[in-house]
Design a protein around this ligand. Structure first.
Ligand code: F6R
Length: 617
């Protein structure tokens, strides 16, 4: 999870590090720190808490060495080993070596006991600090700085990356990757920058190199060098040019990234449709050709593996892929699938669905199945991410950078992709049969835009409802069919950003237990678009209504029955194909949790205990 930046060049290094860490805080924000070279050696400034703590420490203590430094490393932490304290914050020092780390050292107990025997006394409770002593030992044995990092890294088990400086080698930063991502770029003004993802780099250049596992990067004012971790042999890096822009990673006038990202959904859908389809063809659902398309189109079964919100989008994907694409689909949590024996049919294709493309459990399943020669696909929002590079073929969503920890536009663009897959498979069975669905699909961005931004933008209505229910004890979200995963997603969002207890239920399941919880202190959000399941959902609602809960009905504007049963009502836009109601429904549950979180005063973009990219198991 943690975020790493390293910079050496001509710019004020601490400035580059702080700006970079601001872009990486979504990866973890328990504690933060920077280390930079000065004429008197490497100085470390760090603190528990967010980056602003370190910034205010620096503000209170101006230091010319800090402003003049042109080489340094920085870190924002999501605690795994050891509490989020200042001592456990990175960078860590081991003698002359200073380092930051992302990931986990699995064999840290063994390493620690060896180091204790050698007389080292680690200060922190982290596994990270130990790596510094391993590097130091190698240097003591006469190895060069770079070789010491390589040799030390080979002693480590577990997915991680390190970025290391040494006081005896000023102007050199060494990064090593095995598992956790590292991206590198040459600064057009001289020198180079290394980071956990491309966002800190974009304001300097869009030409980046994603390190492969088992690679070491050496950056200095002279530029960059890549070596094999195993042999030290030089590797020529293949740089790629990214199409993300710096504007996309600013708040653009919105109070929170999450809100901006909710409102970006219509344009994210347009970009995803335009980039995923071959727009030179007049037939519907012709997927833009790449390796993944053949794998998808020849599959006899799909197994979608994901976590959290990506799991819920996969559940909806299953409805569409089975309904329109007529292909059997399994959906499972990566963390569950990973540890059970599963049986896949012939020509089954495993799909790792992950907006970040880095989620440890999803990646582990993909790797495991690849080993068993099962064809694999990735569906991710991040180019260069590990899943995108390791899957047999990768589809991208084009949501642009998503900074808010809560997934919003990455969710709806995953839905859009599943819909296109379903349409393409439908067309494969019978040419022309997808035309109607295609026409309905391409209206979605406009429909969603008017829903969010029209004269009666839905946010205002939801804010007023949120104000009236903010003090309720708990929430149930219920729905059937494709609205059921939206109910799960609504409950997840509410817990995640507003810290309010919420549950998502298939409406028909309430009476099998959870209805015992329903009384005047509870809110039930009923997702009942005018679809095939509406009537059944409404009868479940009657059962709840009798128990005194406050009902928020979400359904067709003319659904007077639902309106009568509800204390509060959110109208959905008129939509021809009710299967596609999940798009406006998603916006409703996202905005409801957003408004409740704002009323509670939580940190919407960086909720407690979370990180955007979950690279540990
Ligand atoms: C919730 C959320 C998480 C992620 C989950 C999987 O808003 O963002 O539940 O969906 O951690 O992440 P990815 O999609 O990156 O694999």
């Amino acid at each position: 999870m943690c975020g790493i930046v390293g910079y050496v060049g001509t710019r004020p290094a601490v400035d580059v590090l702080v700006r970079g860490l601001k872009r990486l805080e979504y990866r973890g924000y328990d504690s933060t720190g920077v280390a930079f070279e000065t004429p008197r050696g490497i100085l470390i400034e760090k603190s528990e808490g967010k980056l602003e703590r370190v910034e205010s420490l620096m503000g209170a203590n101006p230091n010319a060495d800090r402003s003049n430094s042109v080489c340094g490393i920085g870190h924002t932490r999501w605690a795994t080993h050891g509490k989020p304290t200042t001592t456990n914050a990175h960078p860590h020092r081991a003698g002359s070596v200073v380092l930051v780390h992302n990931g986990i050292i699995e064999n840290y107990r063994e390493i620690k006991s060896e180091l204790l025997k050698l007389g080292y006394k680690p200060e922190s409770e982290t596994d990270s600090e130990l790596f510094g002593y391993l590097v130091l030992e190698e240097m003591k044995a006469g190895q060069s700085f770079v070789n010491s990092v390589r040799r030390a890294f080979k002693k480590i088990d577990g997915a991680c990356s390190f970025v290391v400086m040494d006081e005896k080698h000023p102007g050199v930063i060494v990064g090593a990757r095995n598992g956790s991502p590292l991206v590198l770029a040459k600064d057009p003004q001289g020198g180079a920058i290394l980071a956990s993802d491309a966002q800190p780099i974009l304001e300097y250049t869009k030409d980046v190199y994603f390190l492969e596992n088992g690679e070491v990067a050496i950056i200095s004012p002279q530029g960059v060098e890549i070596q094999s971790l195993e042999t030290g042999a030089r590797i020529t890096p293949a740089f790629v040019t990214l199409n993300w822009s710096v504007d996309q990673i600013d708040k653009g006038g919105y109070p929170h990234y999450m809100l901006k990202e909710i409102y970006e959904q219509p344009s994210a859908l347009v970009d995803t449709f335009n980039s995923s389809l071959d727009r030179s063809r007049s037939e519907p659902f012709v997927l833009a050709p790449h390796k993944g398309v053949d794998l998808l189109m020849n599959a006899k079964e799909l197994t979608l593996i994901a976590c959290g919100t990506s799991y819920y989008s996969s559940m909806i994907g299953k409805y569409w892929l089975e309904n329109y694409g007529e292909i059997p689909v399994n959906v499972d949590f990566a963390s569950e699938y990973r540890y059970r024996s599963s049986v896949l049919r012939e020509q089954s294709v495993l799909v790792g669905v992950s907006q970040s493309g880095e989620t440890a459990d999803t990646l582990a399943v993909l790797r495991e199945l690849k080993k068993k020669n099962v064809p694999t696909l990735g569906l991710t929002n991040v180019r260069g991410s590990t899943i995108s590079r390791e899957a047999g073929g990768t589809f991208f969503t084009y949501a642009g950078p998503e900074i808010g920890v809560a997934a919003t536009k990455s969710f709806t663009t995953q839905l859009a992709t599943f819909l296109m897959w379903a349409g393409a498979l439908r067309e494969k069975h019978k040419k022309g049969s997808g035309q109607k669905l295609f026409e309905e699909m391409i209206q979605l961005p406009h429909l969603l835009k008017s829903y969010l931004e029209g004269d009666n933008g839905v946010q205002k209505k939801i804010r007023s409802i949120a104000t009236q229910v903010q003090n309720k004890k708990g929430f149930f979200f219920i729905g059937r069919g494709p609205s059921f995963p939206i109910a799960l997603e609504g409950a997840l969002k509410l817990k995640e950003i507003a810290y309010i207890h919420a549950e998502g239920y298939a409406a028909g399941e309430l009476k099998h237990g959870p209805i015992a919880m329903i009384d005047e202190s509870m809110v039930v959000v009923v997702l009942a678009p005018k679809d095939h399941w509406r009537e059944k959902t409404i009868s479940n609602l009657e059962e709840v209504k009798a128990r005194g809960a406050t009902i928020i009905g979400v359904g067709d504007a003319n659904d007077s029955h639902l309106k009568d049963l509800s204390h509060h009502f959110v109208a959905l836009p008129a939509i021809e194909n009710e299967d596609l109601s999940v798009f406006p429904l998603a916006a409703v549950v996202q905005l409801l949790s957003y408004e409740l979180a704002v009323l509670k005063g939580t940190d919407v973009d960086q909720p407690r205990n979370l990180a955007k990219s979950v690279t540990v198991e």
